[in-house]
Write a protein that binds this ligand. Structure first.
Ligand code: SF4
Length: 344
């Protein structure tokens, strides 16, 4: 028996992440924390994009499955709730491949070559051969991921807006060619901009797995404290007696995101007057982080890998039921159905 489609009158949102490993505070503040809040007023679909991971890791896919489990554990730990959100795995919903193939038929090659991240990622990942059909086509797969669920909004950060724009263009192009009567079958989703505060990694650059400067959601307290200890600070504070400026310090940026107004006041006062040392200031920042991470880690510890996989499988069945509704219309619009012609 296929799973029924659970309908909701709330506007629908959809977003996902690639399974690159355990999630870090940058992933949390840039997306996950916002997704958790969206559950209160949207019909939410969140997925793990394991086929997207293959576009860059095709030569060694060994980490994709274990990373998928880690990401799912982090999703649940952060507060994504399978009762309120459909949490699913891209590769378990074969309609993603079908719609990507069909969308690809009408996708002009030039549109894909012009995607800003296409050249950028090829340069950043120069050690991998990304001159592949799969990598060039990943925006088409991404468009399929989105359009399958006909979401009203796609919550993304500023840097991913271009992808949603391309998805909208691909939907428009599809709707020009194919309709059911006068009706368009792939509505264009809108961007829901996610507020993402500046979150530096331990080396002061943007927190990112590729820089190796992350603080993981699952880092135990001693690891968090150790990472903070080695974090770069305002370069003007060479000696303990030199005053500094939290607005020019990555640790100051962490305080702004995670610390209370009282702690912030102590940081500004103490740093600018050289009344506190960086070690003390960093220990306050670590206190604030540990407080945020504690409930997340408690939830993570309470979930087994098997439970996470079971939830992902159940969510994938629900997602597939919803995706199939769209595909029935797509196939009909594209006349990819056989009907029996009555003999004359
Ligand atoms: S006291 Fe704090 S905010 Fe000031 S430079 Fe040191 S770590 Fe940065």
């Amino acid at each position: 028996m296929p799973d029924p489609v659970i309908s909701s009158s709330w506007p629908r949102v959809l977003s996902g992440m690639r399974p690159t490993g355990k999630l870090h505070l940058g992933n949390y503040m840039g997306a996950l924390a916002n997704w958790v809040k969206l559950q209160d007023k949207y019909d939410c679909y969140f997925f793990i994009a394991d086929w997207h991971a293959l576009t860059t890791d095709y030569a060694d896919p060994s980490q994709i499955a274990p990373n998928t489990v880690e990401v799912m554990l982090d999703y649940l730990a952060a507060g994504l709730d399978p009762e309120r959100s459909v949490l699913f795995l891209q590769s378990r919903v074969l309609q993603h491949a079908e719609l990507a193939l069909l969308l690809g038929m009408s996708t002009p090659l030039g549109w894909l070559e012009r995607v800003p991240s296409y050249k950028e990622m090829q340069e950043n990942l120069a050690s991998k051969d990304l001159t592949t059909y799969g990598f060039l086509g990943y925006p088409v797969l991404m468009a399929a991921d989105i359009l399958l669920y006909q979401p009203d909004f796609v919550p993304v950060g500023q840097d991913q807006q271009a992808h949603v724009e391309l998805t909208r263009e691909l939907a428009r192009r599809f709707n020009q060619f194919y309709k059911i009567g006068d009706r368009e079958v792939l509505p264009e989703p809108k961007v829901l901009l996610t507020p993402s505060p500046k979150l530096p990694g331990t080396d002061g650059r943007k927190m990112s797995k590729s820089y190796g400067n992350t603080i993981l959601l699952s880092d135990p307290e001693p690891v968090v404290r150790q990472k903070l200890k080695t974090m770069v600070t305002d370069p003007a504070r060479v000696r303990r007696t030199d005053p500094g400026d939290p607005d020019k310090c990555p640790v100051g940026d962490l305080h702004k995101v995670f610390s209370s107004p009282e702690t912030m006041a102590k940081v500004y006062e103490g740093c600018r007057s050289a009344g506190i040392g960086c070690i003390e200031c960093k220990s306050w920042a670590a206190d604030s982080l540990v407080k945020i991470l504690e409930p997340i880690q408690q939830r993570r510890a309470a979930t087994t890998d098997a439970q996470a996989i079971e939830i992902l499988n159940a969510g994938s069945r629900r997602a597939a039921a919803r995706a199939e509704q769209t595909m029935i219309e797509v196939r009909e619009a594209m006349q990819m159905t056989l009907t029996t012609v009555a003999p004359s």
